[in-house]
Design a protein around this ligand. Structure first.
Ligand SMILES: [Cu+2]
Length: 111
């Protein structure tokens, strides 16, 4: 029994460590959203207030990053161009591409 408990405790520690490592990695670098194949990847994205989000157009077409409520707008991003936005208020931000309105994605901003 002692061995089984020890093994599960070690497993729990490993789990806890990996759970902590994921957000630490995200906050260490900036959040990057790639636009590829007429999609924003990944979505939805979770960020903290004040965090910078970097959008990169990896597609052969121009795209925009435009808030549904128009609170932000990258305007046209050609192939290889990028655009940054800092989210200063908590909330759920739906955005889309003005050139291809069926392209939709979400950024969730928490304190
Ligand atoms: Cu587009």
């Amino acid at each position: 029994m002692r061995t089984i408990f020890g093994a599960s405790a070690a497993f729990a520690v490993a789990l806890a460590t990996s759970t902590i490592a994921i957000p630490a990695t995200e906050s260490a670098g900036k959040t990057v959203i790639h636009i590829k194949d007429f999609k924003y990847k990944p979505t939805p994205v979770h960020v903290r207030v004040g965090e910078r989000v970097h959008f990169v157009n990896d597609d052969d077409e121009a795209h925009t990053v435009t808030a549904k409520d128009k609170s932000f707008d990258s305007e046209g991003l050609d192939t290889g161009k990028s655009w940054d936005h800092v989210f200063t208020k908590p909330g759920t931000y739906a955005y889309f591409c003005e050139l291809h309105p069926y392209m939709k994605a979400t950024v969730l901003v928490t304190k």
